[in-house]
Structure formats: C-alpha cells, structure tokens
Design a protein around this ligand. Structure first.
Ligand SMILES: [Zn+2]
Length: 147
C-alpha cells in the first residue's frame, strides 16, 4: 500500500518538473524574441532537455526584441544611425552623436502601458499559465484516481 503511494508521488513529481522545465524552455525562447508557446510545446512533446537546449542555441529574433523594447519605452532608435539605444541616453553609444533624452515622455509611459502590445501579451501569458496549472492539477487528480 505504501509502495503504491510512493510510486504515484514520484510520477507526479516527474510530471510537475517536466512541465516546470517546459515553461523554463518557453521563457528562455521568449527572452530571445522567439515563440514561448512554440518552445513550450516542443519541451512538452519531445522533452524539456531538448527544448531548453533548442531555445538556448536558437538564433535570437533581434528585430522582434528591438521593437518590443521600443514599444515598452525601454529603448529608442538613434535618429542618426538607427541603432537601438537606451531611452535615457543623451549620447548615442554607436555613433557618438547627441540625441534628445526622451525623459519627458517617461511620465506618460505608465498611463499608456495598458494599451501596449506588451501588456496584452502579458495578459495572454497569464491566461496560458492558468490553463497549464489547471491541466497539471487535472493530471494529478487523474493520477490519484480521483476521476
Ligand atoms: Zn547613433
């Protein structure tokens, strides 16, 4: 009796860590401007080890990362050389020219933040995480023989 219980606890631990590492794979992909959901599914289907390695070695989507940073107000584009620089920068670190500091617009950043694509993406992510947690709980309930 005790043996059976220990076995199912281990199964739950394996499934839980499988899902947690799949989420980590998705987060790594996200930080590279790649599809978080795509890599999460890759981890889930193949194995988190393969998915995380794939996320780590994948080429970052620079264009997507840059536009996300500009949208969030974290970065801006240098008007002279078109390189992405920090929003607070007064001198471009690429071409050395003076750029106007966008500090005046920083006060409005918080107000318009709710309407940015990033906020919407965050909301979508929260929904996905909720769905994953619900799925994990369902798996645990099924494994425990509750259904
Ligand atoms: Zn520049």
């Amino acid at each position: 009796m005790l043996g059976v219980k220990e076995e199912s606890d281990m199964e739950i631990a394996i499934i839980a860590s499988w899902i947690i590492f799949s989420i980590i794979g998705g987060v790594i992909a996200k930080h590279k401007g790649r599809s978080a959901i795509g890599f999460f599914l890759l981890c889930l289907l193949l194995s988190p080890l393969i998915g995380i390695i794939a996320a780590l070695v994948s080429e970052p989507n620079v264009a997507k990362l840059e536009s996300a940073r500009i949208a969030s107000g974290e970065s801006k584009k240098c008007p002279y050389c078109a390189e992405i620089i920090k929003r607070e920068a007064t001198v471009c670190r690429y071409c050395g020219r003076e750029v106007s500091s966008a500090s005046s617009s920083s006060s409005t950043t918080g107000l318009i933040y709710e309407h940015t694509p990033e906020f919407k993406e965050m909301r979508t992510r929260a929904l996905i995480i909720t769905a994953i947690v619900a799925a994990v709980l369902l798996i645990i309930i099924v494994l425990k023989g509750g259904l």
